[in-house]
Design a protein around this ligand. Structure first.
Ligand code: PLP
Length: 383
């Protein structure tokens, strides 16, 4: 059988090049990392076992876990007063786990900036009394509400924001300084879809969580970074395995953690540490590369008469770029031609339609260049 991807145009060698995968998540992983995992699949570092087959309490896995935690802390410069938890359940489970641990069943604040923060808000209603401090729904979530407009509730136990709205392509580029706004409650951020794409100012954050399948590795692992002083207030109904205090006390080994996901995360963290852009390294290098990739793509879309992006320029996501064809009847043709060129999974989320290019850390500049070349060519043949 002939594969439609066999002859994609930019391929130089089948061993080193693959199609470019723009999936929003689970998403592309660097080929070097996949190859390394493949090599180590059945025999990790000569111990005679694959990582999936090891006890999570054995010395081999403990070393994998400690290395992953150390790298994550150092890549994001996470201060020691924050615990790093490796959990299961994904971002959606955290929508319940956060209020079960931090809300004390009282009032909490939310900023609504797209589908993900809306989902978090709805789930929180089951455990506490969430209030909307601000919403960009009236602009169809094409903007991130300006902090100067937020109606903060002095009684709230925390404020939840989603710092990168994966579906609407909206990013909060500067974390709000709640203390300077006269608000004492901690900031909770869902940074699932841009974790490790840039540094984080931890002085502004109380808790951050991220599902792994965008920028970290395989689905099934969730990272939680929580300031120690927020622990110890879980509701009685909170499952023990989801009580942050229990998870922290047991170094994420209260129950069996997602061991293979943690191993893969560790390999990704090593890959990030090795990234270079000029003088920059690690997350800073990726931030620069991500800015260059996003600028190229947004400039191409803005310069075109055939493609458009509706998000306010100051709130555009560097990770998820939704775009629309002027003539939606050409959507299917666009996707099939993109696929033939090795530009995969560009279809937009079903709730907003159109297209979406997710250009996470693992997407090289070459992938965005190939996409931009295709956009220009497609436009030229259609207009
Ligand atoms: C993907 C994603 C999640 C996680 O969803 P799960 O399917 O539960 O892993 C949560 N928040 C955001 C912003 C996301 O992009």
């Amino acid at each position: 059988m002939r594969s439609p991807l066999k002859d994609f145009a930019f391929s130089t060698s089948k061993d080193t090049m693959r199609p470019f995968n723009f999936s929003a998540g689970p998403a592309t992983i660097p080929l070097e990392v996949l190859n390394r995992a493949a090599q180590e699949m059945s025999n990790w570092h000569g111990c005679g076992m694959g990582v999936m087959e090891m006890s999570h309490r054995g010395k081999e896995f403990i070393s994998i876990y400690e290395q992953a935690e150390r790298l994550f802390r150092s890549l994001l410069s996470i201060p020691l007063e924050f615990k790093i938890l490796f959990m299961q359940g994904g971002g959606l489970a955290e929508n319940a786990i956060v209020p079960m641990n931090l809300s004390r069943s009282l009032e909490v604040d939310f900023v609504l900036s797209g589908s993900w923060s809306e989902k978090s808000f709805k789930e929180a209603k089951r455990y506490c009394s969430p209030k909307v401090a601000a919403s960009s729904e009236s602009s169809e979530f094409h903007d991130f509400p300006d902090p100067s407009t937020w109606q903060l509730n002095a009684k709230a136990q925390y404020l939840h924001i989603c710092t990168n709205e994966t579906i609407h392509g909206v990013e909060c580029h500067d974390l709000p300084d709640l203390k300077a706004m006269g608000y004492n409650a901690p900031l909770v951020i869902d940074f699932s879809s841009h974790v490790l794409s840039k540094p984080v100012d931890w002085s502004r954050v109380g808790l951050a969580f991220a599902g792994a399948q965008k920028n970290i590795g395989p689905a099934g692992l969730t990272l939680v970074v929580v300031r120690e002083d927020l622990l110890g207030h879980a509701l009685a109904i909170c499952p023990s395995a989801f009580d942050y205090t229990t998870v922290a006390k047991n170094s994420s080994m209260y129950n069996t953690p997602p061991t293979y996901g943690i191993y893969m995360a560790g390999l990704i963290f090593e890959w990030i540490k090795e990234q270079r852009e000029g003088e920059l390294s690690g997350v800073q290098a990726l931030q620069k590369r991500n800015q260059d990739k996003a600028r190229l793509l947004y400039e191409t879309i803005d310069a075109s008469n055939f493609f458009s992006n509706p998000v306010a320029p100051h709130a555009r996501s560097l990770m998820n770029v939704p775009f629309f064809l002027k003539d939606p009847s050409k959507d299917a043709l666009f996707l099939s031609q993109a696929n033939e060129r090795g530009l995969l999974q560009l279809k937009g989320h079903k709730s907003v339609g159109g297209m979406r290019a997710s250009i996470y850390n693992a997407m090289p500049l070459e992938g965005v260049q190939a996409l931009v070349a295709f956009l220009k060519e497609f436009e030229a043949t259609q207009t």
